[in-house]
Design a protein around this ligand. Sequence first.
Ligand code: ASP
Length: 336
Amino acid sequence: MSNQLPRIAVITLGGTIASVPDSSGNDAVPKMTAEALFDGVPQARKLATLAPYSFRQYPSGDLSLKDILELAGLIEDMAQAENIDGVVITQGTDTLEETSFLLDLLLTTDLPVVLTGAMRNPGLPGADGPANLLGAVQVATNPQSRGLGPVVVFNDEIHLPRFVRKMHSASTAAFSSPNAGPIGWINEGRVRIPLRPATRTRALPRELISTSRLPRVALLKLGLDAEEALIGLVLQDGFDGIVIETFGGGHVPRQLMPSLTAAADKIPVVFASRTGAGEVYESTYGFPGSEKDLLSRGLLSSGILDGLKSRLLLTLLLATGGVRDEISQRFQDFLS
Ligand code: ASP
């Protein structure tokens, strides 16, 4: 490969980065091809041979777990075929924090896998898609990115899926990792990754997942006067698991405890924090509905994962036959 450019598969899933507005600049819909995306970044073609793969043309809220399982299979097949050196995925930003985490839980390949998108569509002044795509190609062609697992590259920052969140509805700096910060950045085209994680996410056995019956995990966010009835309704409807976004470090109103305890006797119930950052507590408070009360009644800690990521992890653990102790351990894994 010495004089050859690295070969990067660019898999497009739609989103703002691929959205074409009408002549007045409005009503953008995701319909650009990968080739049209490349036209905006001639610099990327100097770094790599870009191989387009149009996978979906969706607003990212329409993507499903099944789509991402298929995408993971496609990436592993490409890696096995040994004719690519890395993968860039472009998609909508609305669910990027979830799809990147799913890929993190599913992929075993050491190839660089980089996800990106855009906040401003190509018809708007200051469209950020081309810069983000170039950044993604720069990271995907960098040898330091091998073995990291999937990363999100946005606004010249490199984020780990386990931490990254979309935290603004419009800013081109919409992505951050509140618990850890970015692990690296790009400056003048140079990729810096000074904060390589101590451990890579342990992939789950994808071959055990049957897409004909994926587990259903409810995500409930608490507010003042939270309705106890909701928990009963989720159970009645046959959900396989619950993630509850609790107050602060893992606290629920005391009146929820009977139904949460009953739910945890039947299905895994994981508690996360609704604050969006920080770990849930284990041993600080002892009031009814405190983190100690939740743990003593069989609820499981999400550790550092937020509600969205906890829901995906619990879904895949249930899909791969995970039982209580393993489920608990997998959440703890993200603390190291
Ligand atoms: N606003 C979204 C985006 O940034 C739309 C989507 O997620 O597809 O791409």
